[in-house]
Write a protein that binds this ligand. Structure first.
Ligand SMILES: Cc1ncc(COP(=O)(O)O)c(C=O)c1O
Length: 382
């Protein structure tokens, strides 16, 4: 059987990872500034992560959600404490799309409405409701378009308000920082106005922190720069450092009922062990503060490179906008300099999403290589 061919692949075969590096089958070492789509939070194969998952697997890998699982409670408590969201309740699932799917369902169960406001360039996943609020028509099948979704400009509160005023909006979904869209950042003022208006017009505010959460932005959640209390917060990616796990943080105003949500695999023992070990390392190694400090340093150093039109970001979630497509630069960095970087839906924007325990020397190394690669590119093309 052949694989269903949906991914354009680089001819690289990673077989090992350690910290901020991955190694291919020829033992070539790559600096990973992309974390496999923003997934690697505490570094590849962190020893605590490996030990905790291994030990758990030796005891019990899985049992269903029909029995008590104290690991789920431990995970919820630790997450509540580290994120300062202790009042919320946690529903565990397996991926980012699934987290958003459940959040959108909860919103609609709660107020009975169906229209969703989302934002241009936003991405929320590929399951049915999640993809219908994702601003990319080519990945929406006719079967996904079962409710009205409106896409507004990020940071333009007037158009959002005029829509909310109609009273038929079920929820507003917004990324803490837009990732795939090219590191577009909602302003603090916009987030605060959005929260106020959602309350006023009885719409649920869903913060998608799947990419921007878990310390990546230098806060536990990117929205926490603002003084807001979202109704629902969705998480995945960095939560499991590569182990598939996602979740929805649910404000206490939502009432739980048996059978309202459910999943076979969500919250299984192995996933909880992975999730707990990530939180333990984030706490022990102070990685959120580290992400803020190293992110500030990274942004500052990037701004010294000539040829980059705009450097933007928060913590270790960084976008570099050029006035030309970055495809060639990324290939050069990957194949010549052995550095992974990310693309975005904007062909001119490179994304940097390194493991949160990246070190200053690794940033300096990248700055040196990027400076040369950009200089060479500009010399050839201008
Ligand atoms: C902001 C955001 N939301 C949701 C998703 C979907 O997550 P998953 O691929 O785990 O379904 C992604 C994935 O890139 C994302 O970046």
């Amino acid at each position: 059987m052949n694989l269903f061919n949906v991914y354009p692949l680089f001819e690289i075969h990673p077989v090992k990872g350690e910290g901020c590096y991955v190694y291919d089958d020829q033992e070539t070492k790559y600096l990973d500034l992309y974390g496999g789509h923003a997934v690697i939070s505490i570094g590849h194969s962190h020893p605590h992560y490996v030990n905790k998952i291994t030990t758990q697997l030796q005891n019990l890998g899985f049992y269903s959600n029909s029995v008590q699982n104290k690991l789920q409670k431990e995970l919820a408590q630790k997450l509540g404490k580290l994120s300062s969201c202790e009042d919320y309740h946690l529903f565990l699932c397996n991926s980012g799309a699934e987290a958003n799917e459940n959040a959108l369902k909860l919103a609609s169960f709660h107020n009975g409405k169906t229209k969703i406001i989302a934002f241009k360039k936003g991405f929320h996943g590929r399951t049915s409701a999640a993809v219908n609020v994702t601003d990319k028509a080519t990945i929406q099948a006719p079967i996904n378009k079962t409710f009205k979704a409106e896409y507004h400009e990020l940071n333009h509160i007037e158009s959002v308000e005029s829509s909310l005023k109609q009273g038929d909006v079920c929820a507003v979904i917004i990324e803490g920082i837009q990732g795939i869209g090219g590191i577009e950042i909602p302003t603090t003022e916009f987030l605060e106005q959005l929260a106020t208006l959602c309350k006023k017009y009885n719409a649920i505010l869903i913060l998608d922190e799947i990419q921007s959460g878990y310390g990546r932005s230098g806060h536990f959640f990117a929205f926490q720069k603002a003084n807001i209390t979202p109704d629902l917060i969705t998480i995945a990616k960095g939560m499991g450092n590569g182990f598939p796990i996602g979740g929805v943080l649910i404000h206490p105003k939502f009432e739980a009922k048996y059978g309202l949500l459910g999943t076979t695999f969500g919250g299984n023992h192995l996933a909880c062990a992975a999730g707990l070990s990530v939180l333990e390392v984030l706490e022990k190694e102070n990685l959120i503060e580290h992400s803020k400090n190293l992110g500030d340093y990274f942004l500052h150093q990037l701004k010294t490179i000539e040829g980059i039109q705009e450097v933007r970001g928060s913590g270790l979630m960084i976008g570099l906008e050029f006035d030309f497509p970055i495809k060639e630069l990324r290939k050069q960095l990957l194949f010549e300099e052995k550095i992974f970087t990310g693309s975005s839906s904007n062909p001119n924007v490179m994304r940097l999403l390194p493991p949160l325990n990246i070190q200053k020397e690794q940033i300096d190394f990248f700055i040196k290589k990027l400076t040369t690669v950009v200089k060479t590119y500009l010399a050839i093309h201008t």
